[in-house]
Structure formats: structure tokens, C-alpha cells
Design a protein. Sequence first.
Length: 212
Amino acid sequence: METLDQIKSRVEAAVPGAQLQIVPNDTPANQPSLVVDPEHALAVARFLRDDPQLRLDYASNVTGVDWLDKVTKEKVKVKKLVDGVEKEVEETIERTTPGYLEAVYHLYSMALKQGPVVLRQRSINRVDPVHLASLTPIYRGAEFQEREIYDLYGVIFDGHPDLRRILMWEGFKDYPMRKDYLPPDDFEYEPTPHDEVLERAQKHYPAKAGTS
């Protein structure tokens, strides 16, 4: 199979306006991936599926990822007046990189027995509502998995044929797989609360006066 750099170049040439980014992977798997902007994601996926050299016609899995805001510290030198004399001093400044949500697709070719090519979509930030493009029109097997990401991460997949909750019930608030999700302290439905669940339940339902 072609290298990711070659695939990136051919995709950008074939899909006007598409801008892809290669994300390296320094883990033992050494599996770099392609980030595509949601505006062109559907067209890029169609190219990856239909191109005769790739024929990536199978999405084995689709996963959601939540990246929180990242704070980095950097030391810089600035000029300041110290005891009436201008001196160069070192200060530490903090920079915040906004977090984002991702949908990650692992694509294979069943016909050519090659892959995977890992394709990512990223949101601009984590502020609701978060929209990405549904790839279900290209990969039919992505339907339920995109619904799961919608349910647990709150990503709205534009163009999905049946976007509704698949694990949590309608009316459930928040998104349990987000890293800043806070579970409720109402565990009335727990038949045998224990450990942390019991502690939360006791806070929500304090013992009545005069009872132990």
C-alpha cells in the first residue's frame, strides 16, 4: 500500500480545498493517522473508498476521543525595571490550547487486503454544539458507532440518517464519556450500593434523624 504521505498528496490533489494533516504516533504500534477537516471529510472518504489503488471500503471501527484544554508553561526573557535599572529577567508564562473532540475511523480494503488507514475528524473546540460530518453515507457500518459517539460524547454528525441515542435513554443529560463528566449523586436506582456508590448515595440521602 502507498505511504501516508503519498495518500495525503493524492487526496489533496483529487479533492479541491481538502487540507489533510499527518499525525505521527510514537507508540510501539507506530500507526500515524490523517486528520481531515469536517467540511471535506465526506468527499475524502469517498475518494479513499473508490480509488482503485486504495479501495478502502470497510470501516472496522469508529471511536470518539475527548481532548481537554492543554496548559503548557514556557520560560521567556523580558526586560523589566529592577531597582530603577532595566534588566532582562526570566518569567514563566502559561499558554492554553483549546481542547477538542475527535471521531477516529479505521479503514481497510477487503478487496486488496490492505490497511488500516486511520482517518480523524476534529472539532474546533469542546463547546456545544459540536458538529462533525457523518461518514455513514460512505461506510454503512459506521451508523451505530457514530450514534454511540453522539450519545456518549455529544458529537452531532451532520448527514447521519438516524442520529439518536443508542445506549443512554432519551432525556439523559450530559455525555458520560467526556473527561470532565461528573456523575450524579442520585443513586436511588442502585439496589446494593457499595464503596464510592454508597458514599454518594449517603450524601444524597442522609440518614433520618434518630436512625443509625
